[in-house]
Design a protein around this ligand. Structure first.
Ligand code: SIN
Ligand code: FE2
Length: 211
């Protein structure tokens, strides 16, 4: 495995899942600038769950496909339903960072085609779920955290498995795949805090291979 051993640590979470602390710290300002550009074209919005309530996390996407939810259900869509246009293209930095992180987690040749961008204001949360709207589960999920720290809930393959609570800081990257690809995960309500990079929020990028 290559990488800066003094900056990066590979922390196993479960079989096939690792936490790469500070893996994206150096790139955080550039990632945030790219998110601002993406949101200028495809703004953050609170999507509606099939059951009818609006998510507390605001979302947008970049890449060939974007994850969306509405009254009809969850899906990947090449078109942003709010703008009627394609999602903004994926910045090369997103893809290269995701490929490097996947590599550090022993997943070779990860090439994401979709990036869901989550924005958490204090109080926003994401309930336990599996990422299973992708065509197959061969590729891992790469998750990059920016801004305010969060408590990531990392469970098991059954909804009732009690999740571990993992503190994620700005620059931390989590990769899960293989035997952990379908683990239940979520985010506890975000605590208040100051963060100059994100204006007192948390931004999370999840890179996927949807097709
Ligand atoms: C997600 O599951 O899509 C996001 C996870 C996170 O915000 O850390
Ligand atoms: Fe998820």
């Amino acid at each position: 495995m290559t990488g800066d051993l003094f900056r990066d640590t590979v922390e196993p979470l479960a079989e096939g899942a690792v936490l790469l602390r500070e893996f994206a710290t150096a790139e955080a300002p550039a990632l945030m600038a790219a998110v601002t550009n993406i949101a200028a074209a495809s703004p953050f919005r609170h999507m509606t769950m099939p059951g009818g309530y609006d998510m507390s996390v605001a979302m947008t996407n970049c890449g060939d496909l974007g994850w969306v939810t509405d009254r009809r259900g969850y899906r990947y869509d090449p078109v942003d339903p709010d703008t009627g246009r394609s999602w903004p293209s994926m910045p090369p930095l997103f893809a290269s960072l995701a490929t490097r992180a996947a590599d550090a987690a022993q997943y070779a040749d990860f090439t994401p085609d979709a990036c869901l961008i989550n924005r958490y204001e204090p109080g926003a949360r994401l309930s336990l779920h599996q990422d299973k709207d992708e065509r197959d589960f061969e590729a891992p999920i790469v998750s990059i955290s920016l801004g305010l720290p969060a408590t990531f809930l990392f469970g098991g393959l059954r909804r009732k498995d009690r999740p571990r609570r993992i503190r994620l800081e700005s620059g931390d990257v989590v990769v899960w795949g293989g035997p952990s690809r379908l683990v239940y995960h979520g985010v506890a309500p975000l605590a208040d805090g100051d963060d100059p990079l994100t204006g007192g929020r948390r931004i999370n990028l999840t890179l996927r291979k949807a097709r």
